[in-house]
Structure formats: C-alpha cells, structure tokens
Design a protein around this ligand. Structure first.
Ligand code: SF4
Ligand code: SF4
Length: 80
C-alpha cells in the first residue's frame, strides 16, 4: 500500500474521517472501522485500520480533487 501525500500520514484518524475519508465519495458508503482501543468509527469502505487508503493508486476523482485546508497549511507535516 502506497503512503499518501506528505502530511496525510501524520493526520489523526479522527481528522481523516471528518474531512476526507468518512465516506466513499462514489457511493456515499461507509463502514465501521475498528480502532485499536476496541472502539469503532464510521469511515470510507476503503480506509484501512492503519488510516491509509487501500486503493490509493485507483482512488476515484472525488478523492484526487480533494483540496484539504489543513494539508495546504502544512498541518500534520513531520517536524511541524
Ligand atoms: S487530506 Fe487532509 S484531512 Fe485528509 S488525510 Fe490528508 S491532511 Fe488529513
Ligand atoms: S477511497 Fe481512499 S482516499 Fe477516497 S475516501 Fe476512501 S479511503 Fe479516502
């Protein structure tokens, strides 16, 4: 699985499901994603438990077009 663009790998899962990967944009589908603490959160059907996109190279246009303000501002970047 390829790591996402720089910054995304350090983005908290809670932020991901709120901003970009809460649902699969093509269908609006979500599933219960298990968390390490035993809980679960609703997330895109392709978001892995590790917080990465399982179809990153084939992700749909809606995902490719996503313009993230946090990412643009350099949030979550390593060392920031
Ligand atoms: S696009 Fe934004 S919200 Fe989504 S994982 Fe990257 S930094 Fe986080
Ligand atoms: S397909 Fe990948 S990038 Fe798109 S919302 Fe789902 S997990 Fe996020």
């Amino acid at each position: 699985m390829k790591a996402p663009i720089p910054g995304c790998e350090d983005c908290p899962l809670e932020e991901k499901i709120l901003v970009c990967c809460g649902v699969f944009p093509e269908t609006g589908e979500s599933r219960a994603l298990p968390l390490p603490d035993g809980g679960e959160v609703p997330a895109c059907t392709h978001l892995s438990a590790g917080g990465f996109c399982a179809i990153y190279e084939q992700r749909p246009p809606g995902c490719r077009r996503h313009e993230c303000p946090a990412l643009a501002a350099g949030a979550w970047a390593r060392g920031a």
